[in-house]
Write a protein that binds this ligand. Structure first.
Ligand code: GDP
Length: 301
């Protein structure tokens, strides 16, 4: 996987240091491994889980070589990651009975939410879908402006209202417009002000209620965008959002230029929510479909 070089360097070099030259896996090696995982931002709880699982397997077979340990480690890390049960995001083809597909995007400002929406719009359009954007983050003028720039760049319509208008009203207009225009997918940007959780919770549930007036089974997905370069802070932010709304999938951005990609493991393990996308740069092609095998392979190869 392109773009994960920094994480790979940080992760793999630390792990290699922990196990290289050791003929058997004893407590000292496991301690070093624990340190290596924690400094790669895998987080304490997830690290302990991985180390415990390895310890159990080592107990069965005391004379593991370094190569075997690497294999074990890869296995255990893959076991911690979960695949999305809904695979439609893999080829950006939507099933007929879910049209228009309503995708609600949540996350705090600055994490790369707008960029992720722009990239997704481009990918869905390239796959032959008719896309509509909804600018329901009406709190910041900049958010609407940024999304408008993406809509022009990608060449898809955007539904917006004046700054400060009711986000639920924008969401409602977007879904109605998607139905009227026989669009395949509506991607709706929402505000992410976590300092006022009660208000955010109310706003998001109101958005859902009005969307469901048009399409009862919508939204089809609630995607939380997190900034992977903030490491464990991204995990804390995710926990807050999970308490606020029913987050169903994750996009983790800015994994290029950081050695903290281990946080992907922590987030997937702690929240049990599938990671659908990872962001490894600012361009459209820098949004990757998350695949746990590829991700783990790229950390170890
Ligand atoms: P928002 O406030 O959450 O909507 O954030 P934006 O989408 O405006 O992104 C904030 C900044 O992060 C912008 O400069 C983006 O170009 C940048 N950005 C977004 N995703 C990525 C990524 O995956 N990698 C890198 N390096 N930069 C990103």
């Amino acid at each position: 996987t392109q773009g994960l070089e920094k994480t790979k360097e940080g992760f793999f070099s630390k792990i290699t240091k922990a196990v290289v030259g050791k003929s058997t896996i004893d407590d000292a090696v496991l301690d070093d491994l624990e340190d290596a995982l924690i400094t790669a931002d895998v987080g304490v709880d997830t690290t302990l889980e991985i180390v415990n699982r390895i310890q159990k397997r080592v107990e069965k077979d005391k004379y593991l070589s370094t190569n075997e340990l690497n294999g074990l480690l890869k296995d255990e890390i893959e076991n911690i990651l979960i695949d999305s049960p809904d695979n439609s995001h893999r080829d950006f083809h939507l099933s007929e009975n879910k049209k228009p597909y309503i995708l609600l995007v949540v996350g705090v400002n600055g994490v790369g939410k707008t960029t992720t929406i722009g990239k997704l719009a481009a990918k869905y359009k390239a796959a032959g879908n008719q896309v509509i954007l909804g600018a329901a983050d009406t709190f910041r003028a900049a958010a609407v402006d940024q999304l408008t720039i993406w809509s022009e760049r990608v060449g898809v319509p955007i539904v917006k209202q004046d700054m400060g208008s009711d986000p639920a009203s924008v969401a409602f207009d977007t879904v109605q417009s998607a139905v009227a225009k026989h669009a395949d997918i509506a991607i709706i940007d929402t505000a992410g002000r976590l300092h006022n959780k009660a208000h955010l919770m109310e706003e998001l549930s109101k958005i859902k209620r009005v969307i469901q007036k048009v399409i009862p089974e919508a939204p089809h997905d609630v995607l939380l965008v997190l900034d992977g370069s903030t490491g464990q802070n991204a995990l804390e932010q995710a926990k807050q959002f999970v308490q606020t709304t029913d987050v169903r999938s994750l996009a983790i951005t800015k994994l290029d230029g950081t050695a903290k990609g281990g946080v992907v493991l922590a987030i997937a393990h702690q929240l049990k929510i599938p990671v659908k996308y990872i962001g490894v740069g600012e361009k459209v092609e820098d949004l990757l479909i998350f695949d746990k095998h590829e991700f783990v392979d790229s950390l170890f190869s």
